[in-house]
Design a protein around this ligand. Sequence first.
Ligand code: ADP
Length: 621
Amino acid sequence: MIQEEKSKKIILNTIWRVLTFSWEKDKKTLIIFSVVSTASSVVVYLQFTSFSKIINDIILIQKDNLGFTRELIVDSIVLGLTFLVPAFLNNIRNFYGTKRRTELNRHLNLWMIEEFSKLDIATVESTEYQTRLQSAQRWGVGSLNNVGDYAVSVLADIAGVITSAIILWFVFPPLVFLAVVGSFPIYIVSTKYALEIFRLYWLGTDETRIADNRKQQFYGNTSLVEVLLFNLTDKLRKEMKVVWAIFDKKIVNASKSKARGDMLSMLFYVITLFFAIGLITIKTIHGELLIGSLFLAFTTYRGFSQTVQALFYNIAQLEEQARYGERWYHLFSLPSLISSGTGGKILCLETPPVIEFRNVSFKYSESENYVLSNLSFSIQPGEKFAIVGENGAGKTTLIRLLARIHDPSEGDIFVNGVNLKSVDIKSWRNSLSVLLQDYASYNYTVREAIAISRPGEPVDDDRVKFVAELTNATDFINKLPKKYDQLLWKGFQGGVELSKGQRQRLAVARVLYRDTLLTVLDEPTAAIDAIAEEKIFESIENKMQGKTVVLISHRFSTVKNADKILVVEDGKICEFGNHKELMFKNGRYCELYSMQANRYLEVTEDTEDVVETEENLMATS
Ligand code: ADP
């Protein structure tokens, strides 16, 4: 019961929020749409009234042999108008309805983008966020827009119900009572069975979710390729066929119950209608009602039940749409996982700062175990700082703390002596360029895809070319049909698809184009071969003198040139120093370095063997 009340409160709150949003964005359209919709639903009863008046006029004229009376002429004109006005109103309603929907859709999408940008990265990566997002996305922005439409429909229906009740009251008050009682079963069927079918379709069932999921395999490029490669069609088709059959059965059963309910409720309604007709017929026979009023009572009584039916249906739809739309508000109400999102200290760095980790420990909010324990080290201005360690050692987590995607669970990070927690995030991120392992690809031209890292500034072509050279991206850019003006992504006409390695070079170029005091790269060249990687880092080191670069890499040939190397193992600092010092120490770094060097030698020797064998073979032949 409490749950039910809470849910009603949430629904009402959502309807209120959507309507106030709609009001704030365009009052005029909302008012016109609501007024015209309401008028349309009322005007039909005026039609009944004026027609019944004409019948009464004619009866009186016949009775008293009066000929054309002034009243008959006026009533005929009014009847004519009641046909003209709805057509006119419908046109206005359609126009403002479309205008309202289209414009509100744009405003809602912009609002969502704004809300998305307020989320912090840690929240975005949380399971809770992903779950809420999936649930909200299923209905898109349309559900919020529908709330407005159904709210106006409910308003119009209420006006229709009130108008018809008033007319019935004037004709013969007990008719109102009969009409309300007669409509009650319609209410039950509308809220119970009709809603059930609606929910089955729109909320989805486990079956539809499975079927949708399987169907998605055919929609995505990558997944369809696998479906074809593995010949998965028959398997997936069979699964979908089974679950769809189960779903269809549920729909058919619910429709059957609804049809039964509809029949019974209509039967009940017709019984009350008979009563009503009986009552008004007796009154007419006794001369208390004219024939026209009999006609009016009958048509209004029927109209009342139809409007009540529409009202219940629209209320049910409004509730459901509000329930779906609320998921967006639910999504954006997630609390921030980062402290002091706004109002922090603004950092105005002119030179690379001293960064100090002091006894930093960290565990992810959804996990029990510490990923980093008690790390203390510092990064000096302008240093090329490498972090190495096995998979899962905590390297990425460490730079995520530096980028303030998360705050340390214990200990602190200081930037020029200022605790990072008290720094305004935006100002800190302005001093940073971070390239994580999962990076975005931008479907723009090559030039724009590089320069996008400095939004709000005109594209500096010289700098674009400079960073493209630093990252060896010029190799492939110059071969593209339109070079720097080449549109990326095949979804665009004339667009091209880049390989993974090419995309990664572009991503590194983008980060370097940003040209900040501190650059953080997490395995930025994993999809690029070792030789190209060495070349890229050689040029980065040469051209980025004076700027701090923090780099995670598995390739020791690259790492060995760094000023400082931090070796992380199981979330702890294992060793710290430069290549020479660490090799001299003959510890973990030396072991890992030698292991990779030996493997490299083996591969080189193997390659040489193959070449030799091939050469021998060629010589012999
Ligand atoms: P590395 O970069 O050295 O490979 P990571 O920092 O990515 O290591 O991961 C360190 C540990 O933290 C791993 O055990 C990993 O499973 C865990 N981890 C990483 N990201 C998350 C997360 N979002 N939630 C919970 N645990 C995570």
